[in-house]
Design a binder for this molecule. Structure first.
Ligand code: PLP
Length: 393
């Protein structure tokens, strides 16, 4: 068999690999506490489940329009209009098979022949894999634990050049929890529009912001920069609906129309009854969302508190999302020579699964998700503390 050149450097998503390894160990009888998975432990909203059940019972099981059901496109456009004053219509809104497919399709439409995607780092594993698969390359702008990984416009603008085809901001960010303020977003959106470069804002975690901070969204800038501002979102995290696979994109009409054409050849529509469930969640699950985010806020404090007490672990409270990315490089020595070695040590010794930071472009870190029950977090962190305490040089 001869694989295409673009398949050569492709490997499994590091976060999904941790999920798979954890499942394998559990199947073999090991008790493992996982801080690996990027998914809320909360159940999907009852209104979504009921709506999907009804859709199935009514026989809503056939292909729909490739760009998604009109009611959901309309409802999302209306929601972004009300919340952020965005001018997008249903035609400028596409429903995708999770945000992941939307992002991949965007990269396929925007990048080619080494065209550059400007991206802040550390970053979610799939951005670079997708960009490269599409024939592009990533130019990175660093963020730092010192200012809680805040995303600054100037570093991204400085990374732009003649080959830049898109700038991607992921706010709040997986894996850092960093956010971009409304002012910084405005500065970046202005620079992108001046250069006619598409600004992709991946706002998959938009509702997960803590400390009563004001949320920000690039959608608030869409009316001013209708040719370039593009927002990607998802039902996965906000509504604890990861397995349903419903995401979306709102943006310039020409781009959304092309995305619809591409999607019609790739996935066709997202699952019909899942979209009915998503529609119900959008209008009827606000209490579920609030409850979950309140719980996550408390968990964040707990995790940061426990990690900060571990020698050699440097951590600051993440402003958003549901991950912490502590710097663990002070633990490096003869036995541990990087984030993969530390993750393996924690899995072997403590039965705790974390994701090595190298997967996100930084070998000095590990990522822990705090989207699991408090008791599990307590036990896992206590086991991690004693494993690190016994770690000799
Ligand atoms: N974007 C970011 C930053 C993510 O962390 C994820 C999932 O982990 C996604 C997009 C994809 O989400 P989904 O495809 O489940 O909507």
């Amino acid at each position: 068999m001869r694989l295409a050149e673009r398949a050569r450097t492709l490997s499994e998503s590091a976060t999904l690999r941790v999920t798979r390894k954890t499942a394998e160990l559990r199947a073999a009888g090991r008790e493992v506490i996982s801080f690996g998975a990027g998914e809320p432990d909360f159940p999907s909203p009852p209104v979504a489940i009921e709506a999907a059940r009804r859709a199935l019972a009514e026989g809503f099981t056939r292909y729909t329009a490739a760009a998604g059901i009109p009611e959901l496109r309309q409802a999302l456009a209306a929601r972004y209009g009300e919340r952020w004053g965005a001018p997008w219509t249903a035609d400028e809104t596409l429903i995708s098979v999770g945000a992941k497919a939307a992002l991949f399709q965007l990269m396929m439409l925007l990048l080619e022949d080494g065209g550059e995607l400007v991206l802040h780092m550390p970053a979610w594993v799939s951005f670079e894999a997708q960009a490269r698969f599409a024939g592009g390359q990533v130019v990175s702008a660093e963020t730092s634990v010192d200012d809680r990984y805040a995303i600054h416009a100037d570093t991204l603008i400085a990374a732009m050049g003649p080959r830049t085809r898109a700038v991607l901001v992921n706010t709040p960010c997986n894996p850092t929890g960093g956010v971009m303020s409304a002012g910084q977003l405005e500065r970046l959106a202005t620079a992108c529009a001046e250069r006619r470069v598409v600004l992709i804002a991946d706002e998959t975690y938009e509702r997960f912001v803590y400390d009563r901070a004001a949320a920000s969204s690039a959608a608030a800038l869409a009316a001013r920069f209708p040719e370039t501002v593009t927002v990607v979102g998802s039902f996965s995290k906000t509504y604890a609906m990861t397995g349903w696979r419903v995401g979306y994109v709102l943006g310039p009409r020409a781009l959304i129309t092309k995305l619809g054409a591409l999607q019609s050849h790739v996935t066709s529509n997202p699952t019909s009854f899942a979209m009915r469930g998503a529609l119900a969640a959008l209008s009827g699950a606000e209490d579920d969302v609030r409850r979950m985010i309140e719980a996550f806020s408390l968990r964040r404090d707990l995790v940061v508190d426990r990690l900060a007490a571990m020698p050699g672990v440097r951590v600051k409270p993440p402003a958003g999302a549901f991950y912490v990315l502590p710097d663990i490089s002070a633990l490096f020595g003869r036995r541990i020579d990087g984030s993969v070695a530390l993750a393996e040590y924690l899995l072997e010794t403590a039965g705790v699964a974390v994701v090595p930071g190298i997967a996100f472009g930084s070998d000095h870190h590990i990522r822990l998700s705090f989207a699991s029950a408090e008791a599990e977090l307590e036990t896992g962190l206590a086991r991690m503390a004693s494993a690190l305490a016994t770690l000799g040089p």
